[in-house]
Write a protein that binds this ligand. Structure first.
Ligand code: FES
Ligand code: FE
Length: 427
């Protein structure tokens, strides 16, 4: 039975979470829990924020806003990716205001303090003889590139198991060679919902049949999950056939040196993740309306156009689809309790030419439509969570197991952060 306790402290809400059910409303609506999420989740875990092709050349800078923090991600003169707090060490002014910029050095507009790409303060006028520039370099932020996917962590001591994820995932992503791609298009969508609703929605395809006419074109329906007891004999055979096709596809791809089998650590690692390469329907080449490659230049070292779609999910804030011809990355950044930024990037081979090798509308069509549909669904749930009638509802054991794993991960990480006895008002 659900606990109807009126204790709305964060620790009480965490303690009484009922497995298999959506979270209590306060987790989606409370400003206090939103603040706790930012502190416990977004300031302590590895976050996916962009790709190396966002900053292809030395001096290219990208900024990302995580709550009250702004982070600079840049490529230095040695082609290394570095990250710093976007805060001048003089009086704290924001250094780079744009989302993307190209700089020689980083010059603060306020009093012209100047930092090189290594974050060293190299120029500061009128500071007197005793002033030590070496004590006033930019504050670094932990940054890692996983085969071109850029993750940052704001914590002083980031979760160490990123290395384990990178060890496993590197060989899955490497054949797509993201470092040799370019961002063909980026779209920012403000979803009218809490970041957890955006993530939960991504972790299941129970809703796909009824809501995603474009996305479902290249997907096999049995991949959405099903209740075996609801199938008739013909459907049961079709489901079995689908399972065999996935197994056979994995074997064939892996025989060609392309890792494809499922790896799932969504709620048993601090840096939770999941991956699997799944076959696509029709021509089997891409997430497009005709299921064929959208870009003529194949990615990386892939042996064929028919590579299905490799998905890679990370807790707390990303998912990705890698195909033979393009990749799509998704990053979720909370804005407030009721709004989240979904940032989507479409990557094609760096030599692919728009209008010649790919048609942009064809490339982005499926996910532009799907993102909007998902955003609408997230908004409906956010409205529901604010209603007095809301109470946690049950997840399907056949199609929403991975949503449950997202919630398990979240609750575990929040419990680890909130010391017993500590209370945060959730009302
Ligand atoms: Fe940056 Fe003064 S605040 S130079
Ligand atoms: Fe969806």
């Amino acid at each position: 039975m659900l606990d109807r306790s009126n204790d709305t402290s964060l620790s009480a809400l965490l303690q009484r979470r009922v497995p298999g059910y959506t979270l209590e409303a306060a987790f989606y609506t409370s400003d206090e829990i939103f603040a706790a999420d930012m502190e416990a989740i977004f300031e302590k875990h590895w976050l996916f924020v962009g790709v190396e092709p966002d900053v292809p050349e030395p001096g290219d800078v990208m900024t990302v806003e995580i709550g009250t923090n702004s982070v600079l991600i840049l490529r230095d003169d040695d082609m290394q990716i570095r990250a710093y707090h976007n805060v001048c060490r003089h009086r704290g002014a924001r250094l780079v205001l744009e989302e993307k910029a190209t700089v020689g050095n980083l010059v603060c507009r306020y009093h012209s303090w100047t930092y090189n790409l290594d974050g060293d303060l190299i120029h500061a006028e009128h500071m007197g003889e005793g002033f030590d520039r070496s004590c006033h370099g930019l504050k670094p932020v932990h940054v890692r590139s996983l085969e071109g996917l850029i993750f940052i962590c704001l914590a002083e001591d980031p979760p160490e198991d990123f290395d384990e994820m990178a060890r496993v995932m590197g060989p899955y992503i490497a054949p797509h060679n993201l470092r040799d791609t370019k961002v063909a298009y980026q779209h920012d969508l403000i979803e009218p919902g809490n970041w957890k609703l955006t993530m939960e929605n991504n972790r299941e395809c129970y809703h796909c049949g009824a809501n995603h006419p474009e996305l479902t074109v290249p997907l096999f329906a049995y991949g959405f999950g099903f209740a075996p007891e609801e199938l008739d004999e013909v459907e049961r055979q079709n489901a079995e056939r689908y399972g065999c096709m996935v197994t056979d596809s994995h074997s064939a791809w892996e025989a060609q040196g392309i890792p494809s089998r499922c790896q799932e650590h969504l709620d048993d690692m601090v840096t939770g993740y999941r991956t699997e390469r799944l076959p696509l329907d029709g021509a089997g080449e891409s997430h497009t309306l005709d299921t064929k490659a959208a870009s003529r230049k194949r990615l990386g070292t892939l042996p064929s156009d028919k590579m299905g779609a490799l998905h890679f999910w990370t807790q707390p804030n990303s998912w990705h689809h890698f195909m033979g011809d393009h990749a799509v990355t998704f990053s979720v950044i909370p804005i407030d309790a009721n709004h989240s930024l979904l940032r989507t990037k479409w990557l094609v081979h760096k030599d692919a030419v728009e209008g010649v090798d790919y048609d942009l509308e064809n490339l982005i069509g499926v996910w532009m439509a799907t993102n909007q549909q998902d955003s609408d669904l997230v908004g409906y749930c956010q409205k529901g969570a604010r209603s007095s009638a809301y109470q946690p509802g049950p997840y399907s054991p056949h199609t929403e197991m991975l949503v449950e794993k997202f919630c398990n991960w979240y609750i575990k990480r929040m419990r680890a952060h909130v010391q017993p006895g500590r209370s945060a008002d959730a009302a």
